[in-house]
Design a protein around this ligand. Structure first.
Ligand code: UD1
Ligand code: CA
Length: 459
């Protein structure tokens, strides 16, 4: 395996005008993560020891996101700013300081190509190990328009011609440059510096290093990759296409890992969803970022989960909503129209119907009756609810936080509780029931008479 170091530079200074968005293109998301984050994750998984992103000026939002995500990946990141957008080679040269110090392999990737895989990074590096000095990821395009064409001679690439600079004959070529390029570190900086801008767009093209290299006897080769993996995102429609491809990939990975998807096309994953063996997922389930669930377990249809950790044996849904900062213990049952938010539930907790549990801790074995609401918000601040173990919260109870309910408490149905309840108590928080003898029947009979009279009048 590769013991050579890998330095990856991700170019993300483009303006993304075709997105028609105030947001930087690389901050648009698929599978719950920004486009740039996907490329960073792949670069990290491929074993990069150093990572750089090149961003446009006044893009603190992109720099912040990249730094945050690098922290999560636990990878060293340098952010470089390309003040003038003079082309892809010029962009790569902004990371000159890093290239100067690099040894081993340098990988140049684009921030708007989120479907790249570590396997393709590895295939390009393999090509370098086998003697190439430059390796590019190429694909056979169904429609090559807009892409750089790969000009090959034998097993070598002799040039990459951008569409605008290509002759009519060159435009017939369907082998296209996918945008991912590996360069042996000892050549990278020198070759990039040789690139000029004598072309139709007057830009410094990264792709021109192939020709610059040839004059020095440096060898470039292409590795052919599936077209889908190299899809770039320039428009909202392409963003949706990339999302669809990524979802297909995540669904397949989940099933390969031992998860049952009854209707795979209706389940939407986040890039970081983690599901254990024998998790069973019904139709129309959506995962936001940060969900992990141990198996076995079940998520029934139309449930929405984000930012939660779920222990084995859980049954969620149908129509459940589990929101961030939630932990569900073993064998918890969360049923229809139940929302759990920023809460920790112990083992064997049940909330089977129509409830809101927010900013709460619920001890093991407790049962949250239908219609229970933790009133966590007073209009200005959020407050905590603590419920002990083996508590039975009767239906339609309103727990006004901050409040602490002890262990083995029984709360009578329909209670509104505003004070703490000690261990073992039976708590009532409702008006005492009273009856007026015969008054009900009087009203029933009077109503029947009224209706009969109305009917007789033909009204
Ligand atoms: C590029 C390739 C083309 C390839 C295609 C694959 C070049 C010259 N062309 O074309 O051969 O077929 O990708 O999708 O490399 N960027 C900067 N600074 C710049 C210019 C671009 O950071 O000054 C970044 C962009 O943000 C983007 C990437 O580089 O992430 C590619 O730039 P883009 O203008 O989209 O190149 P293409 O015309 O698509
Ligand atoms: Ca592009």
């Amino acid at each position: 395996m590769a013991s050579r170091e890998l330095t990856t530079i991700i170019l993300a200074a483009g303006e993304g005008t075709r997105m028609k968005s105030a947001r930087a293109k690389v901050l648009h998301e698929i599978a719950g993560a920004p486009l740039l984050a996907h490329v960073m994750e792949t670069a990290s998984a491929a074993g990069s020891s150093a990572l750089a992103v090149v961003i446009g000026p006044d893009r603190d939002d992109v720099a912040d996101m990249a730094r945050r995500f690098a922290g999560k990946l636990d990878i060293k990141l340098d952010v470089f700013i390309q003040t003038d957008r003079l082309g892809t080679a010029h962009a790569a040269l902004q990371a000159g300081a890093l290239l100067q110090a690099a040894s081993g392999d340098v990988m140049i990737a684009f921030g708007d190509t989120p479907l790249l895989t570590p396997a393709t990074f590895e295939a390009l590096r393999q090509s370098l190990r086998e003697g190439a000095d430059i390796a590019i990821a190429a694909f056979t395009a169904t429609d090559p328009s807009g892409y750089g064409r790969v000009l090959a001679q034998g097993d070598q690439v002799i040039a990459i011609r951008e569409e605008k600079d290509a002759s009519a004959e060159e435009r017939q070529i369907t082998l296209c440059n996918g945008g991912l390029m590996a360069i042996s570190a000892r050549h990278a900086l020198r070759l990039l510096k040789q690139v000029g801008n004598a072309n139709a767009k007057g830009e410094y093209y990264l792709t021109d290093i192939v020709e610059a290299a040839r004059t020095e006897g440096v060898i470039a080769r292409a590795v052919v990759v599936d077209e889908d993996e190299l899809r770039g995102v320039n428009t909202r429609a392409q963003l949706a296409d990339a999302e669809a491809l990524m979802q297909q990939r995540l669904r397949r990975e989940a099933m390969e890992a031992g998860v049952t998807l009854v209707a795979p096309d209706t389940v939407f994953f986040s890039h970081d969803t983690v599901l254990g063996n024998d998790v069973w997922i019904g139709p129309h389930v959506v995962f936001g970022p940060g969900v992990s669930m141990a198996g076995p377990g079940e998520i029934l249809g139309f449930s929405h989960l984000a930012g939660c950790r779920i222990a084995a044996g859980a049954r969620i849904g149908p129509f459940a909503r589990i929101r961030p900062q939630t932990v569900l213990g073993e064998n918890s049952h969360i049923g229809n129209f139940v929302e759990i938010n920023r809460s920790t539930l112990g083992a064997d907790v049940q909330a089977n119907h129509l409830a809101y549990v927010g900013d709460a801790e619920v001890g093991r074995g407790s049962n949250i009756g239908a219609g229970t609401i933790t009133c966590n918000f007073d209009g200005a601040d959020k407050h905590h609810t603590r419920i002990g173990r083996d508590v039975f919260v009767g239906s339609n109870s309103t727990l006004v936080a901050p409040i602490t309910i002890g262990d083995e408490v029984l709360i009578a149905a329909g209670s509104t509780l505003t004070k703490n309840v000690p261990d073992g108590a039976l708590a009532f928080g409702r008006a005492r029931q009273s009856e007026l003898d015969g008054k009900g029947r009087d009203r029933v009979i009077a109503n029947q008479a009224k209706r009969a009279a109305r009917k007789a009048r033909g009204a």
